[in-house]
Ligand binder design. Structure first.
Ligand code: A2P
Length: 335
């Protein structure tokens, strides 16, 4: 297998660092790593495979000689630099939402639709974190019984909003426990000891009353599963969890699928681990998912309110399967 020159754009961020760790953990065949970030990171270094590598400041000339560019530096950076990277011959795998719904850009979760990669034109999109962990679990159920409607509520960790958001939850929790005030800076309201039905933090709400995160789940789920007829409604909520997104998912299918049948299908699904022994209080937990490559599903049960629907609880590390791992898995598929 040939080795690749890999650039990570946003290498100093929460997801970028996970990309470096994931490339290292999976022994990705690379000949050189080029960590890129903003002017703010001039003079910083990252460590990779025991080496200290200087961070380079992203510019229009950053992509000469790069084979694969993993982007996680926000939509604005992707919009400007991903086409430049692709034009200089790199394959871009972009973690932002900039290109996800572009009909010319494959939106890929390798366990679900790796086949979509063959049509790429230099840019491949990595889905929204909440969508990725959900479709990994739903794909085998869709294949077996054809999903007609999904009702999902998310319980999303602060790590998905970056380093400043993690710091805010930690510092605000400490301050409030000490009886001191702590004004929110990243989130629109207090996140410690609270739940916020708004993701993202700013410009979230659309004319239809949904947030942009909720509508990402609607559109991206359909694109990845390749079925625009699936009805999806989502409520996305930020919770005071450091890392690991949880989701309550109700799935209505055309063909009746029992909880036992779903459990059997999911126990064979790639990237999925069934943790479903409620009598012994075994079910997926955000704190246990951190650092894991798998997506966990449990509390699988027949919906008592509908003759052909299931309820379940899906948990995964939002920085890994929801972001860095899926990006690296796409790169592995390209090899
Ligand atoms: P920097 O650390 O230099 O600001 P997070 O979301 O965890 O805060 O991380 C965002 C990542 O994206 C960081 O690595 C950040 O670099 C990078 N980034 C943000 N804006 C730009 C930009 N305009 N050009 C290059 N990198 C950027």
């Amino acid at each position: 297998m040939s080795t690749k020159v890999v650039a990570v754009v946003g290498a100093t961020g929460v997801v970028g660092r996970q990309m470096l760790e994931t490339l290292e953990a999976r022994n990705f065949p690379l000949s050189r790593l080029v960590p890129l970030a903003s002017e703010r990171s001039r003079g910083k270094t990252v460590s990779f495979k025991g080496e200290t590598i200087p961070v380079e400041v992203l510019s229009e000339n950053s992509f000469e000689g790069i084979d694969i560019a993993l982007f996680s530096a926000g939509g604005g950076t992707s919009k400007k630099y991903a086409p430049l990277a692709a034009a200089s011959g790199a394959v871009v795998i972009d973690n932002s939402s900039a290109f996800r719904m572009d009909p010319d850009v494959p939106l890929v979760v390798p366990e679900v639709n790796a086949h979509a990669l063959k049509n790429h034109k230099g840019i491949i999109a990595n889905p929204n974190c909440s969508t990725t962990q959900m479709v990994v679990v739903l794909k085998p159920l869709h294949d077996a019984a054809r999903i007609r409607r999904i009702v999902v509520s998310t319980y999303q960790a602060v790590s998905g909003a970056g380093i400043a958001a993690i710091t805010e939850l930690q510092e605000q929790s400490r301050a409030l426990l000490a009886g001191e005030p702590y004004a929110p800076k990243v989130f629109p309201h207090q996140i410690a000891f609270n739940c916020l039905p708004q993701i993202p933090q700013s410009d979230a709400f659309l004319d239809n009353g949904y947030t942009s995160e909720e509508m990402k789940m609607v559109h991206e789920t359909r694109k990845i599963l390749g079925d625009d007829s699936i009805a999806v409604t989502a409520t996305t909520v930020r919770v005071p969890v450091l890392n690991g997104h949880s989701e309550s998912v109700n799935v209505q299918t055309e063909k009746k699928l029992t909880a036992a049948e779903a459990r059997a299908l999911l126990s064979k699904a790639p990237g999925v681990v069934v943790q479903d022994d409620p009598q012994h209080q075994i079910y997926p937990l955000a704190v246990n998912s951190t650092g894991k490559f798998d997506t966990f599903v449990g509390r699988i049960r027949d919906d008592i309110s509908h003759e052909s629907a299931l309820d379940m609880w899906i948990v995964s590390d939002n920085l890994l399967k929801g972001a860095a791992l899926n990006t690296v898995q796409i790169a592995e598929e390209l090899l």
